[in-house]
Design a protein around this ligand. Structure first.
Ligand code: NAP
Ligand code: MG
Length: 510
């Protein structure tokens, strides 16, 4: 029920009674009482999702040869959103044939300034249909609309705009060298940023003159297939981009295909290692964007309220389904108690629920399988002796939801401090000195990202140099720009996406 704010209201009686009877609450009751209730504010744009999607091969939608489809569900309601085709090895082969043909007959010989126009047109169309894509992304994947609307879709368009600008300037990617496209590239992406990861893969590849066969993740293929429609609208020559859907087997057929001159993979470290082993004998080029267990390091002189916001955003953003999530908080011992108190207060105000509601902070966990994994790891945290805190918020009765969670009294040997949880779960450790912070932050097999919060510039510079992570944010977290390369150290993978460095991974130099 909505409550109206009226400072003159002096009625007595309990808050619940008042609300039940539609009475107004006084200002102090509103400020110090329950969390302010908002009216529902659902985003209503039509996502225009078809009831069934075929494969996108050679510029056309074609039925899978075995005639098999699977249901893609809305994780917030568990209802079927659409049916997606399962591509067999034979379908994947057709996609590579189409890509090879497009590469040899059209794309490799097209002048860069012409290629750039197509990439630019894709960016414009995505921008024009941004709201529709954002709603589709939230329905199919569970992320809050404010994230798909304000981050995923605009950032995906930004990647196409940025790379459109490079298409006729490739000579400047490596001055003094001859720059050529690689050929046909196979790409596989995960479910946490479905459209954005697709943009990170396709934009640099085609801007540089390559053709693509790409597979989205099984649980989040809808926006990739909507993107295929958009490619038709843009008039992209047939076969330059081919999209095949299905599960791990389709992925294995794609990454193992002999026509792939390069494989670009984003996903878990385990599957990444499997692919690396498969390709080891072949000399196929590879880039691997894998898991992470980032540390957010908060020093006692940091801007505390800003740091609390940054830590909250860093781990609860997108339900913690973020490879570079700040899933370990390292806080200096002198401020640990007050910092954790503030964090807990802030967590009380987070809204978990309908991904399509504009007020929702934490949407649905992407799948039941992922929810089970989060539950299992949280249980291990409790069993190993860490102390759990969760706010009291209500969860919807249907769908896959999880409360924002934090753990104190965590040691470095606990599974919750070592393994990627990929959910809204924060593990807190403390430190006394900068050296101890560096040692603890680097004590992981991963190295994708890190955050530093301090007032001291010299400390930021030393931390940035010592932290073994592909990106180190200072007094902010999870900031992205297409011009800025992103990628891992250690078991978080190799290769970069974005910027000039990202383009170098999509060209041959001589
Ligand atoms: P995943 O299980 O490794 O799956 C990633 C993709 O690989 C999916 O499309 C998957 O298909 C496919 N796949 C599964 N088995 C395969 C095989 N044997 N051969 C080829 N492809 C196969 O990862 P996820 O659970 O989707 O995504 C979460 C992981 O991605 C996390 O570890 C996260 O850190 C990482 N990630 C990294 C970055 C980065 O930039 N470094 C960015 C985002 C996510 P199905 O889904 O259909 O099974
Ligand atoms: Mg789905």
């Amino acid at each position: 029920m909505a409550v109206t704010l009226d400072p003159s209201d002096k009625d007595s009686g309990s808050k619940d009674e008042k609300k039940k009877h539609g009475h107004k609450l006084s200002v102090p009751e509103l400020i110090f009482g329950d969390l302010w209730e908002y009216d529902p504010a659902p985003e209503t744009a039509d996502p225009r999702i078809r009831s069934r999607y075929d494969l996108f091969i050679g510029g056309r939608f074609v039925a899978p040869q075995a005639g098999e489809y699977f249901a893609s569900i809305n994780p917030a309601t568990e209802e079927t959103v659409t049916e997606i085709a399962v591509a067999s090895a034979a379908d994947v082969d057709s996609a590579y044939v189409a890509a090879q043909m497009a590469y040899e007959t059209v794309w490799r010989t097209m002048p860069g300034r012409e290629r750039g126009k197509y990439v630019y047109r894709i960016a414009r169309l995505l921008q024009d249909r941004a709201r529709e894509f954002a709603v589709a992304e939230s329905i199919d994947g569970g992320k809050p609309i404010k994230e798909s609307r304000d981050f995923d879709v605009p950032m995906a368009a930004a990647h196409f705009f940025y790379h459109a600008g490079w298409a006729d300037k490739l000579a400047y990617v490596a001055p003094g060298r001859t720059v050529q496209p690689i050929g046909v590239v196979g790409q596989v992406i995960p479910w946490n940023f479905p459209l954005l990861m697709l943009a990170w893969k396709i934009a640099p590849a085609i801007a540089a003159g390559n053709c693509v066969v790409i597979k989205p993740a099984e649980t989040t293929s809808a926006t990739a297939m909507k993107f295929a429609e958009l490619l038709q609208e843009a008039g992209l020559p047939d076969g330059v981009v081919n999209i095949v859907t299905g599960g791990g087997e389709t992925g294995a057929a794609l990454t193992g295909h002999p026509a792939a001159r390069k494989i670009a993979f984003t996903g878990s470290t385990d599957v990444g290692k499997l692919i690396m082993r498969q390709l080891a004998e072949r000399g196929t080029r590879m880039t691997m964007e894998l898991g992470g267990k980032a540390a957010n390091v908060v020093f006692e002189d940091s801007p505390i309220d800003q740091a609390v916001e940054g830590v909250v955003h860093g781990i609860f953003f997108n339900q913690g389904h973020v490879c570079c999530a700040g899933s370990r908080l390292l806080v200096q011992e002198s401020i640990a108690e007050s910092f954790i108190n503030k964090l807990q207060q802030r967590m009380e105000t987070l809204r978990v629920g309908n991904p399509l509601d504009k007020n929702t902070d934490i949407g649905a966990i992407n799948s039941r399988e992922q929810l089970d994994r989060i539950c299992e790891l949280v249980e291990s945290g409790v069993a190993e002796g860490a102390k759990l805190y969760q706010p009291s918020c209500a969860l919807p009765s249907r769908g896959f939801f999880y409360r924002p969670t934090l753990f104190t009294e965590v040691t470095q040997s606990h599974r919750i401090a070592r393994e990627e949880i990929f959910g809204p779960v924060l593990s807190i450790l403390t430190f006394r000195t900068m050296d101890e912070a560096i040692e603890k932050a680097n004590n992981t097999m991963y190295g994708l990202s890190a955050g530093v919060w301090t007032d001291k510039g010299s400390r930021i510079l030393r931390m940035a140099a010592e932290l073994k992570a592909g990106v180190v944010w200072a007094n902010t977290f999870n900031k992205f720009d297409p011009a800025s390369p992103f990628g891992g150290y250690k078991e978080s993978g190799f290769g970069r996406e974005g910027g000039r460095q990202g383009l170098l991974d999509y060209v041959d130099l001589s």
